[in-house]
Write a protein that binds this ligand. Sequence first.
Ligand SMILES: Cc1cc2nc3c(=O)[nH]c(=O)nc-3n(C[C@H](O)[C@H](O)[C@H](O)COP(=O)(O)OP(=O)(O)OC[C@H]3O[C@@H](n4cnc5c(N)ncnc54)[C@H](O)[C@@H]3O)c2cc1C
Length: 413
Amino acid sequence: MNFTPAVGDLPLTDKQQSLLTLVHELGRTKFAPRAPQVDETATFPFANYEDLRANRLLALCVPEANGGLGADYATYMMMAAEIGRFCGATALTYNMHICSTMWTGVLADGIAMTDEQRAEHARRREIHFRRVVDEGAIYAQPFSEGSAAAAGRAPFGTTARKVDGGWLVNGRKIFASLSGAANYYGVLCTEDKGDEKPDARDTLYLAVPASSEGFAISGDWNPLGMRGTVSRNLTFKDVFVSDDEQLMPRGVYFKGAQTWPAMFFTLSPTYLGLATAAYDFTVSYLRGEVAGEPPIKRRMYPTKQIAVAQMRIQLEAMKSLFARAIQEAGPNPSKDVRMRLYAAHYSVMEGANDIARLAIRTCGGQGMMKHLPLERIYRDSRCGSLMLPWTAELVLDRMGRETLYESGERDDA
Ligand SMILES: Cc1cc2nc3c(=O)[nH]c(=O)nc-3n(C[C@H](O)[C@H](O)[C@H](O)COP(=O)(O)OP(=O)(O)OC[C@H]3O[C@@H](n4cnc5c(N)ncnc54)[C@H](O)[C@@H]3O)c2cc1C
């Protein structure tokens, strides 16, 4: 490889090397030049998705037996970081799409199911994998509702009631990245059993086709960063979806979230990519090597050298934790592995914006102009630690609690 991937110079398999080379070239030659316009107009990067589709990368995590590229969790995380280096919005939305194939694929394989559930899941996921492989379908992942549900602290307010042949979905989602671009919306909702006792254990994961009657997209989208994600509101009014749109059998999502905590870590590689981009830009800028800029060198000032050293130290720490976390991710992690996972997530999400902030301070006023990527990276990187269920605040909350309390311990007087 003639570049160091955003994930770092890890030992890579041949498959990882060829996938990373492919996506690095796409990012460098296609996604990066398109990123300013995607950001300025706050529009979805459709052209990037055409490139991903043409290179079979929409099916990255679909098993080979189902016609996909069969990438595992760690490989996906490396790929997402590489995309994030060139376009944050493409990487973040790619995460939403890929997760709908990875959760139903490799993650579901590690979640306990009855034989009957396993057989039902195998049949249904084949339908959904076929859409991605044969039709190039895009899936969104709208969970957030503006309640405690996306933080995992309450049942989802969006409900699904069993009817003949399928489900009737009602409710509202906010921040649905890929709204208007996705062909299917992988919605988390609570089964309405008619007893008015919503229970998170009854969470259902359903694919709602974009063409469904009663489904609508609304609201403005004019945010600080990650503008190309187009994360608008969705409403579901008596939307009928057939039984085969169940992306996981009843009750399995809840178990999955407990079994596979690393499923929520998948938001972080986008931000590792952004941090890498901020660092790369700073080095080129101080060396006077940014294309189209006057070749003014700023590298001789000791304060700049110190700032670059600080950025590199933070980046190395972040990458080491990230690399370890993706290698050990799996079902039922030990407490140490879980703590490291939280630490990795927090370090990347908070660190990316920290590195972007240092980059702007170090490059100076001319470096923050809109025609250069740094100010966009700064804004995009600010969004990472706001993302549920593992916002920076909630990760601190979890780590502190889970360090001081073993499972089931209480302080009852
Ligand atoms: C660019 C972008 C794209 C997104 N795309 C998607 C998407 O595709 N799908 C999707 O489902 N969501 C998406 N989200 C939404 C995201 O995951 C969060 O749901 C959203 O940012 C929460 O905003 P809020 O104002 O409702 O937060 P609130 O729920 O009001 O929380 C505000 C803050 O309070 C803290 N907090 C929340 N609950 C608790 C608690 N119980 N205890 C302690 N502290 C708490 C958290 O730190 C949180 O950041 C996206 C967000 C962004 C910024």
